[in-house]
Design a protein around this ligand. Structure first.
Ligand code: 5GP
Length: 195
């Protein structure tokens, strides 16, 4: 079976990693597919089951843990579990794709440790904690309480940046998108696309 590479993007919530991952997925020459995680949290806004996440109950999530179905999982926030199902990565490899992950810092490092030879682990760094707060407030998807919970976690997560293969500073989005594209293309040994 084709076993592609694993491209992990991790960062504190609000750093812009999801925007970067979406941009990379649009670059056909990179041949990437998104690893849809399972989560026990409720869907937000326009999120769809099977596209953004596999939304499952806490009970089902715990059953998957017991069955050892996960490549990695984390209780990212209290009672909000997130995890990568082994079957998801196998499904995407079977399609001949490299797999890209938008997951939290601990999960990202876990994947890197499991597959050191085939993982590019990238940390996306926000300009500052204050800027993170502003971005999360603008997004208007979380309550004040939840925003504070995410900010508290962000400080701890920032300290793990040196453990990643590469740190991308997301101070200017266009620059961060370009840098990410070049980094991934380089890692995958993909020719630059014609402009
Ligand atoms: P959100 O609730 O904003 O969608 O995600 C919260 C955090 O969980 C984000 O940092 C996101 O990247 C992370 N996350 C999403 N899926 C996974 C996963 O499968 N495993 C881990 N460890 N974290 C995940």
């Amino acid at each position: 079976m084709f076993e592609g590479k694993l491209i992990v993007f991790s960062a504190p919530s609000g750093s812009g990693k999801t925007t970067i991952v979406r941009h990379l997925l649009k670059q056909e020459h990179l041949n990437l597919a998104f690893s849809v995680s399972a989560t026990s949290r409720e869907p937000r806004g326009t999120e769809q089951h099977g596209k953004d996440y596999y939304f499952i109950s806490l009970k089902d999530f715990k059953q998957h843990i017991k069955n050892e179905d996960f490549l990695e999982w984390e209780e990212v926030y209290r009672d909000n579990f997130y995890g990568t199902l082994k079957s998801e990565v196998e499904r995407l490899w079977a399609q001949g794709k490299h797999v890209i992950f938008d997951i939290d810092v601990a999960g990202g490092l876990r994947i890197k440790r499991k597959f050191p030879e085939k993982t590019l682990a990238v940390f996306v760094k926000p300009p500052s904690i204050d800027e993170l707060k502003i971005r999360l407030k603008k997004r208007k998807t979380e309550s004040e309480d939840k925003i504070n919970m995410r900010i508290a976690k962000a400080s701890v997560e920032l300290a793990t940046a040196p453990q990643f293969d590469h740190v991308i500073k997301n101070y200017d989005l266009q620059a961060a998108l370009k840098e990410s594209e070049e980094l991934v293309a380089n890692y995958l040994n993909v020719e630059k696309k014609e402009v």
